[in-house]
Design a protein. Structure first.
Length: 638
């Protein structure tokens, strides 16, 4: 029997495919099953017009078996089969697509039941990732003779006649020998339970039943004469079972799916036993055809904010899983969304495992992004309590994404953000804040603190609140960066309450501050000399009302941002100068002014105490906590 050689191009492509293209060997079974499904599609289509086929849709099935002794896995179908010429064409030339050609031939015919995917000559050769020899036994519909195709790799193949009673194809893969028996790199696939798991993982939604003989332990029937001391006995039995579910939930009409089915699918698919906040079932037709079932979870997975979490949606092509986590379908800020997308039009290159970044995929991704954003905005408007549950779980994701893109996607994210507000002491959205702003308000005000309680008591915010303006409380480390990325809200700039320009200063107030600076210059110089290089200057405050003291930043970044960079151990090129601001109307300032004339040593203690209090208010560490405590005790003892 003559051995035929593969084409030179096919040899190179085959070597590349086996060694490089497929990153997971386990997908070989998906490819072989997909090809078998294609073959049954063809015969099922032919049966619509040819009564001689004699098979109804329910008669088609795939059978997967494993023989540990022979080290073989067999995938059998009762599809259209192949004659000698078809074997030469489809198996002798890599990337020759019988399915593709068949689809081209009937592309003008309208038949929603027909849906062919894949390229037979490509996926078929993935079998050589695990097999040292592949045998294909096939009998074409309408033929009297069956043929056996056999190959041990790139050296070539043989074709000969053989016996086969029924129409269809058997693909028999003789597995490679494991170098290390304890590893069982190839032998693991001889376990029927492993094969069944792979079927459920990759081919669960193939439209035809995939049958396997599986073993399970069952309790033996209790004998009629068993006494009270009878102990149950168990036995291992083998049963033929359909291991795939066949009909995906997302392919059904919304009216045919119950809430419990949606929830059950979510629990089983994504191992989250808390009901999702939003379920979105999408059927899109027209210029792009796809179906999607998306979930917005109520809680973040334990590994969500780690590098181990796999973002992305499961991508299917006509029920066959292409990618378990397709990141291209979601922007980073929506990485929390779970679900599946199924499109017959997704373009694939020579491996179903590697997606082309094509126009179709981008269109689907853009549509999904708009849909999810609409769902989130609707949830925020109609069910604030549930939205706040979402915000608690994934608010950081939105803020981190805004920071990572330097605000490039702020138009899509800003309406989803929540901040704690002085209004009703509750969370608010920026759109809601804007709607409440009086016409005279020039800025969007914020204050930075490590908790809402501290923010409410900060002396810097007093004058803004007294003026009747709403203040946003930024209590997370990343909040100030988020504000920097947003820059403005519908033309209104964000401004810190600690900024002396946050409120317009009248000419009278300006003159009063300048007069105070002149009047108390000697005292202010004394305080600066006492504190030393820890501060860049001391000045009369224009922002304090009843508070006695505070620290403000003199430079390109705030005190809080400077502390954040120190905390994460990152050096920041721009340094912040600390300015000690004193309120001349505060009783403690009057006390320090009085002792300054008579007791410089005591005045220095007042200055140190005020500086340490400013540090405490700003959540900055005290340089000498013991020394500060002693100062307070000394003054109390006077």
């Amino acid at each position: 029997m003559e051995k035929k050689a593969f084409q030179a191009e096919s040899k190179r492509l085959m070597d590349l495919m086996i060694n490089s293209i497929y990153t997971h060997k386990e997908i070989f079974l998906r490819e072989i099953i997909s090809n078998a499904s294609d073959a049954m599609d063809k015969l099922a289509y032919l049966a619509l017009t040819d009564e001689k086929v004699g098979l109804a849709k329910d008669d088609f099935q795939l059978v997967v078996t494993a023989n540990k002794e022979a080290r073989t896995i067999t995938v059998s179908d009762n599809g259209i089969g192949m004659d000698k010429d078809a074997m030469e064409k489809n198996l002798g030339t890599i990337a020759q697509s019988g399915s593709y050609q068949f689809k081209q031939e009937i592309e003008d015919q309208d038949d929603s039941e027909l849906d062919i995917i894949g390229q037979f000559g490509v996926g078929f050769y993935s079998a050589f990732m695990v097999a040292e020899k592949v045998t294909v036994v096939s009998k074409a519909y309408g033929a009297d003779t069956a043929y056996r195709w056999e190959s041990e790799g790139i050296e070539g193949y043989t074709i000969e006649t053989c016996d086969k009673d029924t129409v269809g194809t058997d693909v028999i893969m003789t597995l490679k020998i494991d170098e290390n028996e304890t590893d069982a790199e190839y032998g693991q696939y001889l376990n029927v339970n492993t094969l069944a798991d792979l079927v459920r993982k990759y081919s669960d939604y193939i439209r035809y039943p995939i049958r396997m003989e599986l073993e399970e332990t069952k309790m033996k029937e209790r004998p009629e004469d068993a006494g009270d001391d009878y102990k149950p006995e168990y036995e291992t039995v083998s049963e033929w079972k359909t291991v795939n579910s066949m009909v995906p939930l997302w392919q059904r009409a919304k009216s045919q799916v119950s809430q419990e089915e949606y929830h059950s699918f979510y629990r089983e698919k994504f191992m989250d036993f808390k009901e999702p906040l939003v379920i979105s079932h999408i059927h899109a037709e027209g210029t792009m055809e796809y179906k999607a079932l998306l979930y917005i979870p109520a809680q973040a997975p334990m590994d969500y904010y780690t590098g181990d979490f796999k973002r992305g949606l499961q991508l299917y092509s006509s029920g066959v899983m292409i990618m378990e986590s397709c990141e291209q379908l979601l922007p980073d800020y929506l990485g929390f969304v779970r679900g599946v997308v199924d499109s017959p039009d997704v373009s694939l290159n020579i491996s179903r495992e590697m997606l082309q970044n094509d126009r179709q995929l981008k269109l689907i991704a853009n549509n999904l992004e708009k849909k999810i954003n609409n769902e989130l905005n609707k949830l925020c408007k109609d069910n604030r309590e549930q939205y706040e549950v979402f915000w608690e779980a994934f608010g950081k994701q939105l803020k981190f994404s805004l920071m990572n893109t330097y605000g490039a996607n702020k138009d899509k994210i800003q309406d989803l953000l929540l901040f704690w507000s002085s209004k009703d002491n509750a969370l608010t959205g920026l759109k809601e804040y804007k709607e409440r702003m009086p016409e005279s308000q020039e800025y969007v005000y914020y204050v930075i603190a490590d908790s809402v309680e501290k923010a409410q008591r900060l002396p810097q915010a007093e004058r803004i609140l007294n003026a009747g303006y709403e203040v946003l409380y930024l209590t997370s480390e990343e909040d100030e960066f988020v504000i920097q990325m947003l820059q403005e809200l519908d033309g209104k700039a964000f401004i810190s309450v600690a900024d002396e320009n946050a409120l317009p200063v009248t000419e009278s107030e300006k003159n009063e501050a300048e007069q105070a600076e002149k009047e108390y210059k000697e005292l202010l110089d004394f305080v600066k000399e006492t504190i030393g290089d820890a501060i860049t200057s001391v000045r009369i405050s224009k922002i304090l009302k009843s508070g006695a003291v505070c620290l403000t930043a003199e430079g390109p970044i705030s005190i809080e941002m400077e502390q954040y960079f120190k905390k994460i151990g990152s050096e920041f090129p721009m340094q912040t100068g600390h300015v000690l601001e004193l309120n001349p109307n505060a009783p403690v300032f009057e006390a320090m002014k009085n002792v300054f004339e008579t007791d410089k040593e005591k005045a220095a203690k007042y200055a140190q105490i005020l500086y340490n209090q400013a540090l405490i208010i700003s959540d900055l560490p005290l340089p000498d906590p013991v020394g500060y405590t002693q100062l307070v005790c000394d003054l109390m003892a006077d």
